[in-house]
Each structure stands twice: as C-alpha cells, then as structure tokens.
Design a protein around this ligand. Sequence first.
Ligand SMILES: [Zn+2]
Length: 569
Amino acid sequence: MSPGVLRRNRFRSYFLWFHLLPHSDHILFSSNGHAASCALHGRIRHVLQGSRTATSVFQTFPCSLQRKNISSVVLEGEEDPHQSSELPLLNAMRCVCVCVVVLVVLGARVNSFRFNELIDYVNKHQEEYVQTLRDWVSIESDSSDATKRTELQRVMGVVEEKLRGMKGNVDVVDVGTQRLDDGSIIPLPKVVTAEFGDDVNKHTVCVYGHVDIQPARREDGWATDPYNLTEINGNLYGRGASDNKGPVLAWIHAVEAYKALDIELPVNVKFLIEGMEETGSNGLDALVEAQKDKFFSDVDYIIISDCIWKSTRPALTYGTRGNCYFTAQVSTNSLLTFIYYTLISASGQILIPGVADAVTNFTEEERKIYEEVSFDMENYKSNIGVDRLMYDNKVDLLAHLWRFPTVSIHGIEGAFSGPRSKTVIPAKVTGKFSIRQVPNMDPAVVEKQVTDHLHAVFEQRKSPNKLTVSMIIAAKPWLADPKHALYEAGKRAVKRVFHVGPEMIREGGTIPIARTFQDVTNKYIIMLPIGGFDDGLHSQNEKISRYNYIEGTKLFIAYLQEVSLIKDN
Ligand SMILES: [Zn+2]
C-alpha cells in the first residue's frame, strides 16, 4: 500500500517521489544500462537509480497504480539522449545523493505523524467531549422499550447531525419496521453511515458502533440518575457511557481531531452506527447483506469497540463465543427441573451427548496467552457474588469463559414466582437455557443434539405430558488471528498511547454482528475496546472512566495511523 500516491503524483519533484519509497517494500527503478544501486535495509530493499529525470519518472509511474501492486514496482525507463553519455562517476555521486535524500525523507516520515499535536488537541477539548457524552447519555434510547422509540430516533438524529457537522458524506438508511408482541408495527431506528475520505490509495476502515442502550431505572440500584452523566472520582456514570455511546464518541472525536487540525486522515474512515444492538440488531443483517458490494466494497477492515478490557491493562479482543438459546416447554415444574439436571453436571461438565465433541484442543500457545492476562480471581468472585469458583486457577477459568462451551440456565416462565405460598400448579412451564458456542461448533448440529437428548430423557420418565424444544437464537462464535497485521497495528497503537503492550483477550459473551460482518463482507475484523473491566455494562451504575474515554480517543487516533502502515499481502 502506499498512502497518497495519487496525491503525490500531482507534484513532480524528486523529493516527493522519494517520499513514496518508504511505503514500498521493493522499488526497482532502472534505465539505460548504467544504473547505480544502493540497497537500504528496512522498508526499501533496493533503489536502482539510473539517469532519469524526475519528470520522466512520473510520466512512467502509472497514476492508476493500485496499492496492491506497489510493493513490487519495476520502473523501466526509456533511454534519455541527454543523459546517456554521463560518466559512471557522476552516476555514483548521484546515487549517494539519492541515498541521503531517502534517509532524510525516511527520518522526516517517522516524524511526519503529528501525534503530539493531535494529543494536545484531545487534552484541550476533553471537557467538551465529556459534555457531548453527557448530552448523548441524557437521551433514553432504550431499544427494548417501544415507548422510547422517539428517543431512539432522536439519538440517531444527533449522531447524523454530529457527523454532518464534520463534513462527512452521511447517509441515513431505513431498515424497515418491527412488529411488537401486541401486533402493532413501529419503525426501526434508521442506521447512520458516514464516510470520511475516498482516496483509493489508502486503506479504508469501517467503525461499527451502537447508540441504543439497555433499560435503566434509578430504583434498580443506581446511585445516580442513569440519564444524567455524573462524574465521581474520575468515573463518568450513566447508562450507555461505556456501552457504547462513549466509545462511539471517542471514534468520532478521533476523526474530528484530525480534521480540526487540518491533518490528512491516514486512512479513509467509514462509520456504521445502529440503534437496535441491545435487542439483536434488528434490520442490520439485511442492511449488511444489501450493502456488501456498495458501502462495504472498498472497506478493508472493520473495527468494533463494543467490548471491554479484562483488567486495568488495555486489551485487544480476538474472539467471542456464539450462543444457542433454547426453550423447553412442558406441563409441570418438576419435570422441567429434572430436565435441567440432565444438561450439566455439578462440576460443570456438559452432559448432552456430542455437544463438546467439536471443541478444539487447548494448545500450549493459547495457554501462554491466557497466562499473560492479569485477571484477578478474587475481584471476579466478588463481582459475580460467589464464594467459590468452579475452577481454582486463572487459566482454566478463562478457558471456560472464552474457549469452551458452557450451559447456562436462565429461568422458568409460567411458574409461580410471587411471594407467599400459593398451591397453584401451572398448566405449562417453559424452561430457558443457552449453550455458548465456540469455534467448530455448528448451531444446527447443536440444536439436533439438544433436542434428541431432551426427548430421550423425557421418554425415560414415561410422562403423559408433551415436551416441545425450540432453539430461538443461533449465534455463531467469532475468532480472529491475534497475530494478524490488524492486531499488530493495535499492539503498536496501544504501546504508543499507554506505554504498555495490550493483553490479548477473548469475550465469553456473544457479539453476533462480528460474525455477520465476517461471513457477509469477508472483511477482517478487530475488536478494539476502550471500556474498563469494571464498567458494569448492562447493570446498574454503568460508567466509563474519564481516563479510558480520553486516552481511548488518543488510542483511536494512533490506531488510524498504524493501520495506514499495514502492507497488503
Ligand atoms: Zn454494546
């Protein structure tokens, strides 16, 4: 890849031509038989300098050259009658000059990323950033509550306005309607897309985020008003502060900083911001499918910042588990309880035949990654409110959170659950449980295994009742290569901002859109979180720290630069 080839081609000077070189792996330029050569270690392997004028170089250099080709450019020159009789000594001297120019330009390029200016800008504007987050948090954009739909539409309008104000190429996409349980139909919130830059010689990233939220009521146990962002000890408390309004704003502010300082964006940036994530991203799958050859056609990488660190150290997330969610409907409580006992043993072993067969072996390499994660078992215990964990060491616990399937029992619908002692026997009850999916597990296969197992168990009871098993959610897992260039860029950006390398982590939960992006668009995906491990997503007193919010903005600024340096394969 070579950022700005076309732009630089407008200028016809040696200096700018050589500025191009550091982006290329191997540039060979030769002409008329008495070329001198100078090999530089590092990014430029060879520069063969013949007796060409700068102008003729540019005339030969194809303007339409795509970045995919540029790492092996060979420029074969025409004989230049005015230069062909020059002495070899003169050519050798010219070569020395060229080397000097290249080294100077290489040095200049290293410093050309005006990171400090961008950082200063962020520091100076942090109060403004906090206020914008406060404005966004004040909008009760709860996607699960149909009565809040106008608020949800309003927050999408605020996103649109913000991106338009930054002179982005903004689009508002209608994704249809939603049928509610009572049969009424209401519009889904529109999805906002925006594009900043369309330079074909640059990489293009697409930042995905959402601005809808989980419900929150003061009486659920919030210490502050969930819709009035409140700062206490450096933490900004409010619903959606970390999931996902804060990170979405951090991305917007990162792009805004470049634009405010009139610094060219190192990559083209697209945004895809939705408002139904918390209830299953209704309408988004169809949009991604419809846009795969349009909006996504020139996207190289997709970035998701809808997750959190695992400790106080920054992290890059390279996997999430999928989820198969089941209901089992029977006519008595006791039968359902019996069924529950046949799903998982007391020691956490899944008892459904075949379910764990597809799971890959836990490799030494994985174990090493897990060992490096600074995960506090005691803290985790107190957070989830238990005295004892099923696994007594960090690696096994993380492995069962991240890379092994688990069965979770969620509840019983229809059973008497109120206070006092009613002797009512429900006509039917519905049990709800889910099985987290890991790579190689196929939801269709799992559905059959679970259904067969439950019916076999039910048969043994010789019950006259009826059992109905349904799989109502089937979300596949997502796994990336933590050594991919996109992750290497993330490691460099984290190091630049936080002066420490990131932890490589996975998520035990499910983020279905990651897998959809991967399957439909075929683009490489990274999850780049800025939320803290204790942000309390989906629970009361959700927060993002000012530190994470502001330093996260800097991380995104640095990340755009690092992505621009990724070479195409
Ligand atoms: Zn989220």
